[in-house]
Design a protein around this ligand. Structure first.
Ligand SMILES: [Zn+2]
Ligand SMILES: [Zn+2]
Length: 277
């Protein structure tokens, strides 16, 4: 079976939706754009909402469920979410939907993949990231994480490809125009992951086998793609890794567990398709 295809279709504080295809399985993580916009994006990767077998929701914030009501109404797609988010969705969705509860640590087995929710620290009613097994490979998907909890770090262990939040530049946020209370929320333990925290994690993951990263869920107000990219890029180069074909010639050899790999690093487009290769 060929390698799983992973595309972020929408990724920012305004809307999130990722498409994964592996073997007979086609599913979405989050549904945070209009159904029409998601349908258009899926068409660009050769799929459509009618082909989607399941939607996995990280949590109930609107940037993750905006299109869900319409998709459920017209396609009846099964929706998996952690329990409190599921109750919220049930009471806010305009039609009877096929809602199924996710329990942290209990994988949902599809035909050729297994999607395991991992509890994340975020100020939602409930929230999860995902550890996804596709053949021999593990993929990690973690956005909306206030800090790198033990559970998130365990969930990321051994992932070959990773989508990870790099939400804000701390100085841009502190000096920006958000009200004080919102700044504190974002910076808090159950808020969002900063560029700095993300960049500090990546060399550790690379040492343990992660080969490809997509930085996701960037704030449109408190971040820039080039700022997020540079922070993680430099953190990896300084530890001796070759990233997107570049390396620092006098950097130390990275102390990898196993073979040293060349790394790929990209930033997810807010509303364009980005492939996690
Ligand atoms: Zn979000
Ligand atoms: Zn959120």
């Amino acid at each position: 079976m060929s390698e799983a295809k992973i595309y972020t279709l929408f990724s920012s504080s305004k809307g999130n939706c990722t498409y994964i295809k592996h073997g007979r399985d086609e599913f979405l993580i989050d549904c945070g754009a209009s159904a029409r916009a998601i349908e258009n994006a899926l068409a660009m990767v050769g799929s459509s909402l009618a082909d989607i077998k399941a939607i996995f929701i990280t949590h109930e914030h609107s940037d993750h469920i905006r299109g869900l009501s319409t998709v459920c109404k017209y396609f009846g797609t099964p929706v998996y979410a952690p329990s409190a988010s599921l109750c919220y969705i049930d009471s806010h969705i305009a039609c009877a939907a096929d809602l199924r509860e996710l329990k942290s640590g209990c994988a949902v087995e599809l035909f050729d993949s297994a999607v395991c929710p991992v509890a994340t620290p975020h100020d939602a009613l409930s929230s999860v990231g995902f550890r996804i097994r596709v053949g021999n490979e593990i993929i990690g998907y973690y956005t909306d994480i206030g800090h790198l909890s033990e559970g998130v770090l365990r969930g990321l262990a051994g992932c070959r490809r990773v989508v990870i939040e790099s939400n804000h530049d701390i100085e841009m946020l502190k000096n920006g125009r958000y009200p004080y209370s919102l700044k504190q929320r974002i910076l808090g333990d159950r808020g969002h992951l900063s560029n700095r925290a993300c960049a500090s994690l990546l060399p550790h993951l690379a040492r343990h086998g992660t080969e490809s990263f997509v930085l996701a869920h960037l704030s449109e107000e408190n971040n820039r793609p080039e700022t997020a990219f540079r922070e993680s890029f430099v953190a990896l180069l300084e530890k001796g890794f070759t990233v997107n074909g570049e390396r620092i010639t006098d950097a130390p050899e990275p102390d990898c567990v196993g073979e040293i790999k060349e790394l790929r690093l990209r930033v997810a487009s807010p509303c364009g398709i980005t492939e996690l290769k």
